[in-house]
Write a new protein. Structure first.
Lengths: 297, 350
């Protein structure tokens, strides 16, 4: 336990800013999860592993001398096709089935990816150095790496692009129609199979962007996927499906919570506190819903 | 119980008792098989019969493992110094101390998870479907992460359980753990079989099929859900305690709260054998363990990749499991009367 955070207000400011910048990234991943959850009604446990895979793409560009920031362009393109392949091989067989089947199947994909990445890239913690320098604020009391600001900016840009795409384009309209009522969409001539594949691909591409940004700002490791899945799941259930401002807000909230947990409890309990928060949120939700049910009686 | 069953059960019992002498090289594997069967069977109580698919039974398993080892050490020696010394033998249990500690440890390892399940059950079991699944997944991982930060039980570096005292021949360690796990297996089987003949099982099935209707029929669903989970927790804790002694080393995320391995295995074994049947998890666990041990060596290093593929394949192509397949093939053997006309109509529909 360390209560320095309360004695020195500047540390709180630092934690808040860090958390908000981190939370925007989480919100991007969560947006992908909300998309596929809303459209295909599956919960993808492998979400975090897709993120890490995207991170490795940027990392390898860095290894070969290309600036990792270009990964933001390259990773989503590659990840889109990875997503399509996963969809064709596995996901299209579990779309209409019981939710638990899809959870377990994607859990299998998650284990598979984790181990393949472990073989291919080794079990070291790596990061792609972007050389962006830092920004000092408040008389040099708060240090913000420019890479974090860059990643938050790019995330917002991608989110805005996606929202416009969903609103304006034909495919976006088809995706929204399928999310509302898959059967009716099918009757009206929407190729739902294609829509599902595209949705999963877009989700994977978003994960790729987020992963590339994470490899620049933080570190990546083959086994670090599951926490990202849990974070995005948590953000989605707090915000609700199809509520983009909510996703952004709860993402930032989660980021700030994590930074404070890191300062107060210590880094070793950081991931644990995220998972505990998930349990607490679900339990809170359960009691709230049960109260609502009693009113109905 | 008719004559056939009596012969079957006594045959299995005799085989179980004779097994370590018939296959002396596989004692440890057989003990692990017993533990796996216990885990799969008890997962099936709420996963298969009650319809609450939990990834979090690993919580009770790991809790039991840590509790059993801690009690076994803490009864005679200071726990903090034991974990600090790591694998070095600063303190040595006498045989009497070891068995006494193991007995008390196993009781604690069974009782405390049961109480924990009862305490958290009211909040957690109110969740439905995938929310329950993800919540329990979170519980298991959180327990692993948090126990990995606690100093007194070894934190990140792990916890060495007391080594088996040198009594009798060299084989006595394997035999002791085999018979312990076999005893727990028999206990589990008798309990589960007993449960499955009572009204309790019907209530669990009613909850699985339609919880709201079951509640409307006047069943206090929450009470039965908690009891079902507590039974699972009791045996998971016991299994964990035995496994801790058997492995000899406890690590927070790799051995105790190993959601990636044991936590998925128990779900997978139950699904492979057939959810919601008495024999399904047992058959599933046996097939899975034989496959795992038999083929793991061929994959050498790729076993987790194989595991991932196996999960996907089983879940997608074989969700009914072995028992479900048998049931479809030989419905008469399961006491189901098939109406020929009805079946023909169904075939035509397909």
């Amino acid at each position: 336990m360390d209560f320095m955070v309360f004695q020195y207000p500047m540390i709180s400011v630092q934690a808040c800013l860090d958390g908000i910048l981190l939370g925007i990234l989480f919100a991007l991943i969560a947006y992908g999860m909300a998309l596929q959850w809303g459209v295909m009604n599956i919960i993808n446990i492998a979400q975090g592993d897709l993120v890490i895979l995207g991170g490795y793409i940027a990392y390898f560009m860095y290894l070969y001398g290309i600036h990792p920031a270009w990964g933001v362009i390259v990773a989503p393109v590659i990840m889109y096709f990875v997503g399509i392949v996963i969809y064709k091989l596995v996901i299209n067989k579990v779309v209409d089935r019981d939710l638990f089947i899809s959870i377990l199947a994607t859990f299998g994909i998650s284990i598979l990816f984790m181990q393949l990445m472990n073989f291919a890239f080794g079990a070291d913690v790596v990061l792609a150095n972007s050389d962006y320098g830092t920004t000092m604020l408040f008389n040099n009391n708060v240090v913000l790496p420019n890479s974090k600001i860059f990643s938050a900016f790019i995330s917002i840009l991608f989110a805005i692009c996606l929202v416009i795409y969903m609103k304006k384009s034909k495919l976006g309209r088809a995706i929204r129609a399928t999310a509302q009522n898959a059967r009716a969409a099918k009757i009206l001539g929407v190729d739902t199979e294609k829509v599902y594949a595209a949705t999963f691909g877009i989700n994977a591409a978003l994960c790729g962007v987020a992963g590339a940004l994470i490899s620049i700002t933080f570190t990546i490791h083959p086994y670090m996927g599951l926490p990202y899945t849990i974070r995005s799941f948590m953000i989605v259930i707090v915000a609700g499906l199809g509520n983009l401002p909510g996703v952004a807000m709860s993402g930032m909230g989660l980021g700030v919570f994590e930074e404070f947990a890191d300062y107060i409890l210590g880094t070793e309990f950081r991931i644990g506190s995220v998972f505990l928060l998930l349990v607490l949120i679900l339990v809170y939700r359960r009691f709230k819903l049960s109260r609502k049910r009693e009113y109905l009686k | 119980m008719n004559r056939n069953n009596l012969i079957l059960y006594s045959g299995i019992l005799i085989f179980g008792i004779a097994a370590p002498f018939l296959f002396p090289a596989f004692k440890v594997q057989l003990s692990i098989l017993c533990v796996l069967i216990v885990l799969a069977t008890t997962w099936n109580i709420q996963g298969g019969e009650m319809g609450y698919n939990s990834f979090g039974n690993i919580l009770f398993y790991g809790l039991g493992m840590y509790l059993c080892a801690s009690v076994q050490v803490g009864m005679f020696f200071p726990l903090a110094e034991w974990t600090e010394s790591g694998g070095e033998k600063t303190f040595v249990h006498t045989p009497a101390q070891f068995f006494q500690g193991m007995a008390v440890g196993l009781i604690v390892a069974a009782v405390v998870p049961t109480i924990v399940a009862g305490l958290i059950g009211y909040s957690i079991l109110g969740l439905r479907g995938h929310y329950f699944a993800i919540c329990t997944l979170g519980l298991g991982v959180a327990a692993g992460e948090i126990s990995g930060g606690i100093e007194i039980i070894g934190a990140g570096q792990g916890f060495t359980t007391p080594p088996f005292p040198e009594v009798g021949s060299l084989d006595s360690r394997g035999e002791f753990f085999y018979f312990l796990s076999f005893f727990v297996l028999v206990l589990t089987f008798i309990t589960v079989k007993g449960i499955y003949t009572t009204r309790f099982k019907l209530i669990l099935n009613a909850i699985r099929d339609n919880e709201d209707k079951a509640e409307a029929m006047g069943i206090e669903t929450m009470k039965y859900k908690i009891i079902g989970w507590m039974i699972s927790a009791f045996f998971c804790g016991l299994a964990g305690g035995i496994m801790g002694g058997l492995v000899g080393y406890i690590d927070s995320t790799d051995v105790a709260f190993d959601g990636r391995e044991m936590g998925v295995f128990m779900v997978l074994m139950a699904i492979l054998g057939g959810k919601g049947t008495l024999w399904g998890p047992i058959i599933g666990a046996t097939v899975f363990h034989i496959f795992k041990e038999g083929f793991w060596t061929f994959f050498l290093g790729w076993q987790y990749v194989a595991l991932g593929v196996l999960i996907v394949v089983i879940v997608i192509y074989f969700p009914e499991g072995i028992m479900g397949w048998l049931r479809e093939k030989y419905p008469e053997r399961f006491g189901e009367v098939v109406d020929e006309k009805d079946r023909k109509a169904q075939v035509e529909l397909k």
